[in-house]
Design a protein around this ligand. Structure first.
Ligand code: MTE
Length: 318
């Protein structure tokens, strides 16, 4: 099995029909399916919520399931900087200013570079990829993300031979992120939110540097202006609102590992055979569905990523 395959969905089955009609008009308008335009917003200004973002669909890596309702994907979120309840991010996310914004790509690289976010959005062809986001809390969503392989940026800065891991850091700003205020219960996390990948995981073509979803710029509550999506790992590996990507020689200490190492390992590969200490990971509930479904090894991407872990005891390295 390459990836999950069910029936192809029709545009009319997707909640935000207008969005997809817009895309069809765009495609009809001059063979523009491969046009790789970024959002049509002046540099320096934050694009308004819901601003369209054009991207060519990459069917080869996309699941063929009906996407979760846009409303669910933007109102049922984990973004502890805004609070620990699922509806906190949608309510509080207007506080986040996504321009000006820079992302420093640095550390063990020959050509460190700080990208202005608009420069980054234009630097590589944008693709739409429909991935399943499987949260460690045993729910999942099907989301048409927009972005490009993280590997494209990493190759541009030329990692040195000492670089073995990649560390992602979220913005630290308690004014914009109420959850980072001293005394506020942020789920026991230390700020800023830090996540990490092994270099080969970061370079894997499925790993997406993500700037949009559902044909729009990324909503703040989903990690604007830029986040990671690693489709074979639990959702918490997908750090949001990133300001720094650092190439390092040692395995980074991640926010969740620091908070509860017995519950959240560095690898966090989706694995139905390794239970969370407090609940099973064998099944999941797709948001919007009633019945639970079996969780797939590596979230359905075993054919593409299992070889990264040959020889590694995945029960020990959860
Ligand atoms: N990134 C930051 N900075 N802060 C967070 O609290 N939560 C993670 C991840 N990235 C989180 C984060 C978790 S637990 C999940 S499941 C996903 O974001 C949720 O992404 P979504 O809200 O877009 O579905």
């Amino acid at each position: 099995m390459l990836i999950r395959r069910t029936e192809r969905f029709k545009a009319s089955e997707i909640t935000d029909e207008k969005l997809y009609l817009n895309r069809r008009e765009f495609i009809a308008g001059g063979g523009a399916a491969l046009a790789l335009a970024a959002c049509d917003v002046a540099d320096g200004a934050a694009p308004p919520a819901g601003a369209p973002l054009k991207a060519a669909r990459n069917d080869g890596v996309s699941v063929k399931e009906v996407p979760t309702k846009l409303e669910s994907a933007t109102t049922y979120n984990n973004f502890y900087e805004f609070g620990v309840n699922k509806d906190d991010p949608a309510r509080e996310a207007h506080r986040l200013k996504t321009r000006p914004w820079t992302v420093a790509v640095e550390g063990l690289v020959h050509k460190p570079k700080t990208y202005d976010i608009d420069e980054l959005i234009r630097a590589f062809p944008l693709e739409e990829r429909v991935y399943v986001l499987r949260c460690v809390e045993a729910w999942s969503m099907v989301i048409p993300w927009i972005g490009f392989p993280l590997g494209a940026v990493l190759k541009q800065v030329e990692p040195t031979s000492q670089a073995k891991f990649v560390e992602f850091t979220t913005l630290l700003d308690p004014v914009q992120f109420p959850g980072q205020k001293p005394g506020f219960f942020g789920g026991g996390l230390e700020w800023p939110y830090v996540e990490g990948l092994r270099l080969d995981e970061a370079l894997h073509p499925l790993t997406l540097l993500t700037v949009g979803m559902y044909g729009q710029v990324l909503p703040n509550q989903n990690g604007a202006p830029v986040r990671i999506v690693v489709p074979w790992k639990y959702g918490f590996k997908s750090a949001k609102s990133i300001v720094r990507i650092r190439l390092v020689s040692e395995q980074p200490k991640t926010a969740w590992e620091k908070a509860a190492p017995q519950e959240y390992g560095f690898y966090s590969n989706v694995n139905p055979t390794v239970s969370h200490p407090r609940w099973s990971q064998a099944t999941e509930r797709r948001i919007g569905e009633f019945r639970r479904r079996p969780t797939l090894m590596f979230n359905g991407y075993a054919d593409q990523v299992a070889s990264l872990y040959s020889g590694l005891d995945l029960k020990k390295h959860y």
